[in-house]
Write a protein that binds this ligand. Structure first.
Ligand code: ZN
Length: 295
């Protein structure tokens, strides 16, 4: 009798770590969540969790960053220049791999979510798609011909430069590098600073959401025109404001102005711009998919 292959997934976030053991069908046997404290303590908790499962074959880690993903680099698998105290230049993949004696697949949290959405979520039927997360920051990744986009490092769609109507919105933006890039104007911290309150304290009819939808739509239009994705999945804490979806879809159609003649955009945009199929589990399921992708 053959035992079902088990894999481990780690959603390594700056606030919390989520670890899970699951099989190739996406069934999770066990999940644990703990706060991200020091690297020593947090990685020890991760190792202790997986030691309970001797049949795990590989671990996948979808990590906050920046991270080193360059094959052959002496610091591959490290979190590098993060502002998070204590986590600069931490060898996440190496520490877990040595302690557990297992192969470790390592990628950004966004790329892990891309893999999860492709395997079990909202991108199962497409080969070219983009996943955007709108939260503390804005991150984007995706697949081309069913392969992850890596390129030079990895895509940084959160820092797209956008037209800025200073009369409508005098807010200068929060990105320390660019000010009013997409992340600077539309991330969770941008909403807090512009309106003086976090998004989940603003009512659905607040003008914040029309402005938010306009910036996100400007970003999406650039992505659509550059990459021609078959679908765009939008997750992250800000997108829990579900009133944004119809506003974004309408703004994307208006900005494209009929130029991209495809039914996906003209007639079926509800399916084209969509929430994650895996909801809040996209991160850890993606890390699990990452573990499987390395075998
Ligand atoms: Zn920026």
């Amino acid at each position: 009798m053959s035992r079902t292959a088990l894999y481990g997934g780690v959603e390594a976030g700056g606030t919390k770590f989520v670890c899970a053991v699951g099989d190739t069908t996406g069934h999770l046997l066990e999940t644990i969540t703990f706060s991200t404290t020091s690297p020593e303590e947090t990685l020890a908790q991760t190792i202790d969790f997986f030691r309970q499962f001797p049949h795990v074959q590989a671990i996948g880690v979808g990590s906050f960053g920046p991270v080193d993903l360059r094959p052959g680099s002496p610091t591959w698998g490290f979190i590098t220049t993060t502002p998070k105290p204590g986590w600069q230049h931490v060898d996440v993949a190496g520490t877990l791999g040595e302690a557990l004696g297992l192969p470790v697949a390592f990628d950004t949290d966004v790329n892990a979510a891309v893999l999860g959405e492709k395997r079990w979520g909202a991108a199962q039927d497409v080969s070219d798609f983009v996943y955007l997360t709108i939260g503390t920051g804005i991150g984007g990744g995706g697949m081309i011909n069913s392969a992850l986009m890596h390129g030079l490092l990895h895509p940084e769609m959160g820092h797209l430069r956008l037209p800025h109507d200073w009369e409508r919105d005098p807010f200068p933006g929060v990105c320390p590098y660019h000010g009013d890039c997409l992340e600077g104007m539309a991330s969770g911290p941008a909403i807090v600073q512009r309106w003086g309150r976090p998004g989940d304290e603003l009512p659905p009819e607040h003008p914040a959401w029309d402005l938010e939808a306009q910036y996100l739509a400007l970003g999406l239009v650039n992505i659509i025109l550059t990459l021609s994705p078959e679908r765009i999945i939008m997750g992250g804490g800000v997108m829990n404001q579900r009133q944004l979806f119809p506003k974004i879809r309408a703004a994307v159609q208006a900005l494209l102005a009929g130029y991209v003649q495809h039914p996906a955009i003209l007639d079926e945009i509800e399916r084209y711009i969509t929430p994650p199929g895996l909801g809040g589990r996209a991160g850890v399921m993606g890390a699990l998919a990452l573990a499987m992708s390395e075998r």
